[in-house]
Ligand binder design. Structure first.
Ligand SMILES: C[S@@+](CC[C@H](N)C(=O)[O-])C[C@H]1O[C@@H](n2cnc3c(N)ncnc32)[C@H](O)[C@@H]1O
Length: 270
């Protein structure tokens, strides 16, 4: 396990995922019934963007640092939260900030050091449980939740060459076990072939009701360069496609090169 999110926190891909995550949390907490959130690959929770790992890559300079200087209204909710939460928030901290008293959050992190840091970051909140376990395995172990309403964020490091296949293979039994769940899975875009293959695999696996929201900082033509990222949604809440388009458009306006942009497309019908 070489991937450490501290080197990449705040980059354009993080802001894309988190801006959509905040919208999803707002949409799913609009109804009074309790919500369970599972963050399968949680990271350490908070990141010091002035510390050595972030400074070494300087990736936040092309992401959150630009947005904090000003961005269009569809990003206001997310940016306001980042400002309020102090030290740069990762997915567990953003989710925690939007939980209501009756909601629950389970976070999985497999790196032994990172899980210790995450436990400290989330300590003292009875709504939050931290698991030192494989996030994919947790999909089987923790779903369906007693609440019967859940958001499942799957944000793997994509270190392994077969991560797209693992992701597709994990989503199929998860949706079969718990079809009401809203699944949001992040993936990188370097060139188009792997993501097209991934979408095709999801369709072939018989998964239903899928939308892909993709952000391109530049045209994805270089297999060696992270030029974009996607979030595939299974069972997206009402209004997701319109809201994601607005959010990604605002993001492209601030973070993309002229060849970049965004796409929100339906991969499989309900
Ligand atoms: C992209 S980072 C997560 C970032 C986080 N979701 C956020 O948005 O702030 C991926 C994390 O998954 C962890 N990880 C790697 N393999 C894992 C596994 N099999 N199960 C759970 N966590 C894993 C890595 O240590 C890393 O912290």
């Amino acid at each position: 396990m070489n991937y450490r999110h501290a080197f990449h926190a705040g980059n354009f891909a993080d802001t894309m995922k988190h801006a959509l995550l905040v919208w999803l949390m707002r949409a799913l907490t609009a109804k009074p019934k309790p919500l369970f959130v599972l963050d399968t690959h949680a990271g350490i929770g908070r990141y010091d963007l002035k510390a050595e790992p972030a400074r070494r890559t300087n990736e936040a300079a092309g992401g959150i640092e630009i947005l904090l200087k000003g961005a269009a209204p569809p990003l206001d909710d997310y940016i306001k939260l980042v400002r309020q939460l102090g030290l740069y928030p990762g997915s567990p901290v953003l989710i925690q900030a939007l939980l209501r008293p009756t909601d629950r959050l389970a976070c999985c992190e497999w790196h032994p050091e990172d899980v210790r840091v995450l436990r400290r970051a989330m300590a003292g909140d009875p709504r939050v449980h931290i698991h030192h376990r494989d996030g994919y395995e947790a999909l089987g172990a923790l779903l369906p939740p007693p609440e019967r309403r859940a958001l499942i964020l799957i944000d793997p490091p994509f270190e392994a060459p077969d991560e797209f296949d693992r992701l597709a293979a994990a989503l199929k039994p998860a949706q079969a076990r718990f079809p009401q769940g809203v699944y949001a899975a992040w993936y990188p875009l370097k060139h188009r072939a792997p993501s097209r293959g991934f979408h095709e695999n999801l369709r072939l696996a018989g998964l239903r009701d899928i939308v892909a929201a993709e952000f391109f900082r530049a045209e994805p033509t270089d297999p060696a360069r992270l030029t974009g990222c996607g979030l595939v949604l299974l069972n997206p809440p009402y209004g997701f496609e319109a809201a994601a388009s607005e959010i990604l458009d605002a993001l492209a306006d601030r973070l993309a090169e002229p060849s970049g942009g965004f796409a929100v497309s339906r991969i499989a019908d309900e």
